[in-house]
Design a protein around this ligand. Structure first.
Ligand code: FAD
Length: 406
């Protein structure tokens, strides 16, 4: 870039975008920073949308990522309710031109893309007012208005993390809850079949009608049509995963393949970085390309993308992003945590506890090496596994280490 950039645009005003803006504001007060956010809300936290906010325990002001008055402390221009519609990369130099949904455009010599992901939808879904997805505050408030009444028939399509969190809150609010999942067990993509089955037991024991291996034929005006059965529903929540929000980049020249393809430092093109759910990068620690849809990843990548953009501009070496991925999920009174990675063909070893004990640690191994660790109500067992993953220990050594944890 050659010296400090004049103007940096951050596209996406949520967790990754905010962390980028905070870092830029702190490190480069002389650079003009403009944050473009499609939502009209100030940056808020998404995990509570399927937990305490959905349960009615928290109100929207409680989930802001910064208190309202402290936004003004950041030396940043916020443009809420405006989307980036197109990116044209700079023909020479860095950054490029952004065309915005309000008809204006913006040149920037540094760009950080943090547009996250959008929920997949089922055919015809938008015709039905009782069918929702859960990604935004507005989605959560619409779902809460129904589940908060209690006694409603709620059908959740998809037993992923968000679907199961919605199911657990809806059930705790005394609704009749059915979860329909096409795979053989819930959470197969994140946890594999064996631990997915353990989570199934948690839901079944608490009165959720969880049906796996079941295909949805269609949505109807009164519910959900399965093969040979209709589920009547007052509310349907579709939780069948997300796709990275990259449509607006179709003709940008950036490589997009289930996310914006970046290098180890999150660089996608000269002066253009990506961060958060939208970014795909090679994680040197795991020797594989990944895209991660979790909170810690978005927060860390937002800050790193900003630091790397400034470092590269001033001739310093940008840092690779080599984390041990981490996520958590709360379902009923159970806390799920996962560090590392899982694949469907990983070896899974229960290293401590059991479902019956209400506390469990399972290790995931590939080619004899530790790859991930799953904990059910076991933070004191899970968190030390992060260091084991950083040290790249074997699965056997990890099992032996767990035995020392007590
Ligand atoms: P997002 O939060 O998706 O934000 C992207 C922003 O960019 C959005 O505001 C979007 O409107 C905006 N945008 C999109 N396109 C454009 C455009 N063209 N122009 C301008 N703006 C645009 N993770 C965990 O680890 N644990 C949890 O328990 C957990 N619970 C969750 C519960 C729910 C209900 C949801 C939805 C997510 C949960 N997550 C959880 C995941 C976590 O919240 C995400 O990983 C994180 O929000 C990703 O942040 P992000 O900034 O990359 O993207």
């Amino acid at each position: 870039m050659g010296g400090s950039p004049n103007r940096i645009a951050v596209v996406g005003a949520s967790l990754a975008g905010l962390r980028a803006a905070e870092t830029l504001s702190q490190r480069a007060p002389d650079v003009e920073v403009i944050v473009i956010g499609a939502e009209s809300h100030r940056p808020y936290d998404r995990p509570p949308l399927s937990k305490k906010l959905l349960a009615g325990e928290w109100e929207p002001d409680r989930i802001l990522l910064r208190p309202t008055d402290s936004f003004d402390e950041l030396d940043v221009e916020w443009r809420f309710g405006v989307a980036a519609a197109r990116l044209e990369l700079a023909a020479s130099g860095t950054g490029g031109r952004l065309d915005l949904s309000d008809g204006s455009s913006l040149e920037a010599d540094g760009i950080i893309i943090a547009t996250g992901a959008s929920p997949r939808r089922l055919p015809g879904q938008s015709k039905f007012g009782h069918v929702h997805v859960l990604r935004t505050l507005d989605d959560a408030m619409a779902i809460r208005a129904v589940v908060g009444r209690g006694g409603q028939r709620v059908v959740v399509i998809g037993a992923g993390f968000i679907g199961l969190e919605v199911a657990s809150i809806a059930r705790q609010l005394d609704n009749h809850v059915t979860v329909v999942e096409g795979a053989a067990a819930p959470l197969i993509r994140g946890l594999g079949e064996e631990m997915g089955a353990a989570i199934a037991d948690v839901h079944l024991a608490r009165g959720v009608d969880l049906r796996c291996g079941v295909q949805v034929e269609s949505l109807t005006a009164t519910g959900v049509q399965l093969a040979g059965e209709h589920l009547d529903a007052d509310l349907v929540v579709v939780g069948i995963g997300v796709v990275p929000a990259t449509q607006w980049l179709d003709d940008s020249g950036l490589e997009v393949r289930d996310g914006i393809v970046c290098d180890e430092t999150l660089l996608a093109a000269p002066g253009v970085y990506a961060a958060g759910d939208v970014a795909r990068w090679p994680n040197p620690l795991f020797g594989e390309e990944m895209r991660v849809e979790h909170w810690t990843n978005a927060a860390e990548q937002g800050a790193l993308a900003a630091n790397n953009l400034l470092d590269a501009a001033s001739g310093e070496t940008p840092a690779p992003y080599a984390p041990v991925p981490f996520f958590w999920s709360d379902q009923f009174d159970q806390r799920i945590q996962f560090v590392g990675r899982s694949n469907p063909d990983d070896d899974v070893v229960v290293a401590a506890g059991s479902v019956a004990d209400g506390k469990l640690l399972a290790l995931y191994g590939r080619d004899g090496n530790l790859h991930g660790a799953f904990g059910l109500n076991a933070p004191r067992w899970v968190m030390p596994m992060r260091k084991q993953l950083l040290d790249q220990v074997s699965l056997d050594d990890a099992v032996a280490f767990v035995a020392t944890l007590g």
